[in-house]
Design a protein around this ligand. Structure first.
Ligand SMILES: [Zn+2]
Ligand SMILES: [Zn+2]
Length: 749
């Protein structure tokens, strides 16, 4: 991998053990030739394994002996093919401990310099404009090195040997602070003032690694309230940044696994159980998303006295992508931020913070972006170059080159114009970066004929393109992570929406098969109606109208305790007149229907909100009964489930207990289906994927219920189980030729 300091590390290690030889990168990885004493060789190999550079990911070390060549020096050879298409672009790296020490050492040349970095740390993907990864191909090109930096850059013994973004106070870019009435120049004065403003309750736009953040004191209620109002972000949780683990432990419960995610070189946001009450930060949630500082600038802000718990949220309005260009940020954010802390180093492309959690089944990525992208998540056995365009929600794309599957950063929801532009840019960017010819690419897209990503693929004609069915892609994404191409599994794909084989809205699907042989749909949720189609995702009561239509004996839902709004009647009218009403097997909408019966009757302000609300509600009750969710070998029947929810609510049962019994019912019904289908298809592995499985309580119940059975339960770890993982699954199925048949002529939302 380029830019993680491996070759200089090998150089120093060889010299330290008085070995001669050489090192270079080739398509397969790093090749090292060393000769010298047995003792020296042994120590070299041992240290190579034990203490590689922090950002290097070593898949395998192979040691072979060969004839000595009689070399008398150790050299770093130029890479044979630095422009090789399989050259990996390193993700951005958090600032390392050595650089941090220098950052706060008054005797060091990099004292208080916000762009300090070295071969072990700093920006990569966010500064590289094209390959090979050389200074002139990064956004640092316009800052020539001064004598001091050049000496470090040229010295193989130095930590900054060939560190492309190196800079110092004298030769590198700077930060400045701009508020309505003044501009403060200079790194120290501007960052110092920014910290003071934050302490005073100001909303600050801060230019970071992959874009702008909006920051404010998380404990200052009026500042957070103002941020919500100005950003048009009513309820979606805000991420927090704290200076260190100690402060993190004061506000959230940090498990050992969460700690290793928090402190990993990717430095993602980690969702953890809250220990303090910050209702404005994450309404209706028991979790807070927390990250540690990852740029020198963040450390300086805290060092100069910024509040210890900062809101650090992507700078954008509502659903727009994160702002990353200065003029655009100043324009778009002028009504939100009171002041701007602007850094001169341009950002090559926008990259949001990644979001992770320690799940019931292991680490899970909810948004895969900074620190991970554009890393290869797996290898797929194919010689074909494949470009998989993902789905329209939470879009990401996957590029397969020489079998390596590179997954892009999170791009966003393609209903937004700016996100569609970002999508197009990312496609062009990755294809250009790997120097691919469009004629050689197999384009893969979702089967939905109206998806923006589908239309984009069509617009690329005459290049070859094929489609892959949405829910099969979810299952394949899990198997691709594990390189399990032939393992036959029962695959459970539960999400909000996806285009089905029959043109209806799927989302509660069970398959059997493998990536290599393809997946057959063998069972599903009993179909319900969905007035308004995909637009019903905005209004849980619309889903309720559709699902409850199939149930005869219901209490009056317009009166208390339900008090459904008029939108419910409007939706019922659509069904009666058969206007814009579609068939659906969506589990996401089933959760919406249950949530509205339990009181969530307003519009959602972000995707999946009602289901998350229901899960949190259920967490306030102890495990007890489970409502019936029968499986007849083909269909899971939601009618008894919803009927119990409605009845118990009208009888005055506590809502948390109803929510818990609903969730347990889902898990138990699913358990019945899984065990029956594993038995009849002689399969011992179950794969679960789709956004519904971000519900940790559901996973917990399902895992517990499967423990008595000899059935393995697999889920996503490297890519999100939501639609952010679709592109990887598309690429895997395409590599094995498992495309969707031609789309049928059926009405669809
Ligand atoms: Zn460093
Ligand atoms: Zn310099």
């Amino acid at each position: 991998m380029q830019g993680v300091g491996f070759r200089p590390f090998v150089f120093r290690l060889a010299r330290a053990n008085t070995l001669s030889g050489w090192v270079y990168n080739d398509e397969e990885g790093l090749e090292i030739f060393v000769e010298g004493s047995d003792q020296g060789l042994e120590a070299f190999v041992q240290e190579l394994k034990a203490t590689p550079p922090p950002a290097a990911r070593i898949a395998e070390i192979e040691v072979r002996s060969s004839e000595p060549a009689g070399l008398d020096d150790f050299t770093i050879r130029d890479s044979r093919r630095q422009d090789s298409p399989t050259t990996r672009i390193s993700p951005d790296l958090a600032v390392c401990d050595d650089c941090l020490k220098e950052l706060f050492d008054p005797a060091d040349e990099h004292y208080h310099y916000p762009y300090i970095n070295c071969t072990n740390c700093g920006p990569r993907y966010s500064v590289v404009m094209q390959l090979p990864y050389d200074r002139q191909n990064t956004t640092m090109a316009r800052w020539p090195l001064d004598v001091f930096c050049a000496r470090q850059y040229d010295d193989p013994w130095n930590r900054r040997f060939h560190a492309q973004p190196v800079a110092c106070e004298l030769c590198g870019p700077s930060y400045y602070l701009q508020s309505r009435d003044e501009t403060v120049l200079g790194n120290e004065p501007s960052i110092c003032l920014a910290a003071k403003l934050l302490a005073r309750g100001v909303i600050l736009a801060v230019k970071g690694l992959g874009g702008y953040h909006l920051a404010c004191d998380a404990r200052n209620t009026s500042a957070v309230q103002a941020l919500r109002e100005r950003k048009y972000r009513k309820e979606k949780p805000f991420a927090l940044m704290v200076p260190n683990l100690g402060v993190a432990r004061q506000i959230v419960e940090v498990s050992a696994e969460a700690e290793s995610l928090l402190t990993s070189v990717a430095r993602p946001i980690v969702l953890m159980p809250a220990r303090i009450d910050l209702p404005l930060i994450a309404p209706d949630s028991r979790e807070l998303g927390v990250m540690l500082p990852y740029t020198p600038l963040h450390h300086l802000l805290f060092g100069f006295g910024a509040p210890e718990v900062l809101v650090m949220t992507s700078a954008n309005r509502s659903s727009e992508p994160i702002a990353f260009e200065d003029s655009d940020a100043l324009e778009r954010l002028s009504a939100i931020a009171d002041a701007f802390l602007v850094g001169e180093r341009p950002i090559a492309r926008r990259i949001d913070d990644s979001v992770t959690r320690v799940g019931v089944l292991g680490p899970a990525v909810l948004r895969r972006s900074r620190g991970y992208a554009p890393g290869a998540v797996t290898t797929i056995p194919t010689r074909r170059s494949i470009l998989a365009l993902g789905a329209d929600l939470k879009n990401s794309i996957t590029l397969v080159v020489d079998g390596q599957a590179f997954v892009s950063q999170h791009i966003g929801d393609l209903s937004d114009y700016e996100s569609r532009r970002a999508f197009q840019q990312t496609v062009d960017d990755l294809v250009a970066m790997y120097d691919l010819d469009w004629n050689d690419l197999l384009l893969v897209h979702d089967r939905h004929p109206q998806y923006a990503s589908t239309l984009h693929a069509q617009g690329r004609a005459p290049f070859e393109r094929r489609s892959v069915q949405h829910h099969r892609a979810h299952i394949a994404s899990v198997l691709a992570e594990r390189r399990e191409w032939n393992t036959r599994v029962v695959g459970v794909s539960f999400d909000g929406t996806g285009y089905g084989d029959d043109g209806t809205i799927w989302g509660g699907e069970i398959f059997v098969g493998s990536v290599a042989e393809g997946f057959d749909r063998i069972a599903h949720l009993r179909p319900a109606l969905l007035p308004g189609g995909d637009a019903a995702a905005q209004n849980p009561v619309q889903a309720a109208a559709g699902f409850l239509h199939a149930i005869g004996d219901l209490p009056e839902l317009k009166s208390p305790p339900f008090s459904f709004p008029d939108r419910y009647d409007d939706a019922k009218a659509l069904i009666r007149k058969d206007i814009r009403t579609f068939a659906t097997t969506s589990m996401g909408r089933l959760f919406d229907a249950a949530a509205s019966l339990l009181g969530f009757t307003r519009e959602v302000s972000f995707e999946g909100q009602a289901a998350m609300w229901l899960e949190q509600l259920a967490r306030h009750a102890r495990a007890g009964d489970a409502y019936a969710f029968p499986f007849d070998g083909k269909e899971l029947d939601f009618r008894p489930l919803l009927q119990s929810v409605a009845q118990d609510r009208s009888l005055g049962r506590r809502c948390p207990e109803i929510a818990r019994a609903f969730q347990r019912g889902i898990a138990r019904g699913l358990n019945t289906a899984i065990t029956a289908l594993c038995d009849s298809h002689r399969v011992a592995t179950v794969v679960v994927s789709g956004g519904v499985f971000q519900n940790e309580l559901l996973l917990e119940d399902l895992k517990a219920s499967l423990e008595p059975f000899p059935i393995a339960l697999w889920a996503n770890h490297e890519v999100p189980s939501n639609d952010g993982g679709i592109s990887l699954g598309q690429a895997a199925l395409a590599a094995f030729g498992r495309f969707a048949p031609e789309a049928p002529e059926t009405k669809h939302a």
